[in-house]
Design a protein around this ligand. Sequence first.
Ligand SMILES: Cc1cc2nc3c(=O)[nH]c(=O)nc-3n(C[C@H](O)[C@H](O)[C@H](O)COP(=O)(O)OP(=O)(O)OC[C@H]3O[C@@H](n4cnc5c(N)ncnc54)[C@H](O)[C@@H]3O)c2cc1C
Length: 247
Amino acid sequence: MQVKGKAQLLRYTADPEQTIALAAKLCYSGDEIDELIEKIGEKDNAKFIEILTKMNHFSPFEHASFTFAVEGVSRALLAQITRHRIASFSVRSQRYVSEGEFNYVLPPAIEALGDEAVHKYERQMEQMLRWYREWQNVLGNAGEKSNEDARFVLPNACETKMIVTMNARELMHFFSLRCCNRAQWEIRDIAWQMLGQALAVAPAVFGNSGPGCLRGACPEGKKCCGLAAEIKEKQVALRKSCLADNA
Ligand SMILES: Cc1cc2nc3c(=O)[nH]c(=O)nc-3n(C[C@H](O)[C@H](O)[C@H](O)COP(=O)(O)OP(=O)(O)OC[C@H]3O[C@@H](n4cnc5c(N)ncnc54)[C@H](O)[C@@H]3O)c2cc1C
């Protein structure tokens, strides 16, 4: 069965903006912690978070964490997202869980070629499923030991699911790289979904998040997509819709 990528914000640090502001204020204040907590609770922390960002004082952002469920994505995406070393991952195992009925991701470029191309792709997936089951049987009938070797014939398109936790600093970095048009379409789509959900709960933190071109010159040099204005519009529209949903 074909599947499409979906990210869902499951949990996050309570009052993420207050938590970040408290951690930062502590650095600059002689107050007792209880006094600080009281003062922080009364204040609008958005302005302070803006100042921290301008100062590049990012370590307080590490105290707010965000946990997402990501599903309907390919093992190709898994190889990319797990390069982000500061994030924490729990991924569905291909040893303990049989892929005897595996779902797969259809790249939009193949879908755009029309029905014939899509059917060809589906037949190829079915072929790989047959090969997989064949090896499962030869190797010992769908147990952990047979799964671990039978999976070598599975495609990169094979669906995986994971729980991903990142702190706000790592998330901002992730959005810079993976919301960029230079990033591959599947991880880019997931990154924008995650950005929308993070924005909705911590607008002061993620209000300016997204590819580097939102905050200055495109960092991609000659590989620049030239679409900074469109990206800005997309981010502004996302921000507005997330904040409206949350109002
Ligand atoms: C468009 C694009 C194309 C890519 N193409 C390729 C490719 O062809 N081949 C390939 O192998 N990868 C490729 N990558 C992956 C890329 O090289 C990074 O591995 C990935 O984006 C994770 O980035 P990161 O290391 O900055 O992030 P994280 O691992 O999340 O780390 C965040 C930051 O923490 C710091 N940090 C983390 N670990 C260390 C450390 N050990 N030492 C010092 N500082 C550290 C760094 O400042 C880092 O930027 C590509 C990525 C993108 C976005």
